[in-house]
Ligand binder design. Sequence first.
Ligand code: EPU
Length: 421
Amino acid sequence: MVAKYKIVGPSQINGEVYISGSKNTALPILAATLLTNDECIIRNVPKVNDITTMIEVLTALGVRTEWIDHNTLKTKVENEDICEISYDLMKTMRASICVLGPLVAKRRKAKISIPGGCVIGVRPIDLHVKGLQELCANIDIEEGYLICNAEDLKGKEIDMLGPKGSTVTGTENIVMSAVLADGETIIKNAAIEPEVTHLLQLLVKMGAQITGIGTRTIKIQGVKKLYGTEYVIPPDRIEAGTFIVLGLIANGKITINNINENHIENILQPLADANASIKIGNNYLYIEGKQKLKPIHIQTSPYPGFPTDMNPLFCVLMTQIEGESTLIDTVFPDRFLYTAELIRMGAKIKKENNTITVNGPTPFSSANVMCSDIRSGAAMVLASCIAEGEACIDRIYHIERGYENFHIKLKNLGIKIDRIN
Ligand code: EPU
């Protein structure tokens, strides 16, 4: 049986929540442990299903992994003979592509199933492939697989800018290949998301020579070998954003602990512009809802712009604001499938191309709804928390790919939520 959430709303919230480690930082960092034969210790890894899948990927590639305490994972490469990621592992999690760069760099070959599109849109990997080819990797496509061979990897100037901005996992893959290449690689238009910056900091701790961290131009001087290290995964900025939205739409009070204020500045600023009152403390936020906000007009863009992952969550927020708000998604222009479910709950949303117009405020009425991806799943839950009646949220495996103990954290805040099988 597939698990579901049952939520009885509307609930009053009261209490504290602790933000877990960032999934999208942990995934490439775990992939990077393939670059050394030494032991690595990664702390504050969220126990979510995408991490379980990454552990399966690493295990298939000859890595021994062990949870040494609740959120600390130890890794050690034991066998470097296998370089293949099957279609089954790739279809479970697109981010399995993060092992491509490390495999090409360390094992000099990789056979990886090409990921397809997904519900948030077409998701090409042309920039990953172009970057590897520029580093002299030989790449063929056979039966849906990328076959990469790289006898000699040579540093080069590589541009990571695509039609929708710089690619996050593409930048990560090229950096992870270049650290063990001969000579200097200069990456132009690198993605500067905090997830990328943390990966670069980990690589430096492993012995990589990288300058320009946090800027659009990264210089990498290839080294012969990398070493084991320890790293602490930072808090998840999108999970923090999710609980901020909850705090603004639900009645009650919430303290959100373990946040990195710099990473969520792009979420807090538009809220401040809309007159949200959020107390920012040392490593925590405090929100007393439900707040009367001004309409929001926002456009997603790569960091430091407003994150596309907050699109469905801000849409829920907009449904509670009096007047007309708009959201344009320039990164994933088709990331609006979830709006059909919110409309079933009463939302007034119009979509045209990559733009939605939301008219509020909408008193939601609970419905049986389905999650279509991680973030839209969380949006369904938030909407149901403030809706009148009993809701059943289906396909919560999407949520559990990316949010650690989501229903338990919500229950602790006073939300009437149960996970049922
Ligand atoms: N793109 C290309 N060519 C490429 C790669 C990307 O044209 O070779 C385009 C994409 O189609 C998209 C844009 O560039 O329009 C940005 O895509 P990007 O490559 O940056 O996305 P990603 O690396 O595949 C990561 C996160 C996503 C997040 C996006 C955008 C991970 C594992 N995933 O994906 O997170 O939405 O960046 O910030 O880091 C999630 O956590 O639910 C999630 C989807």
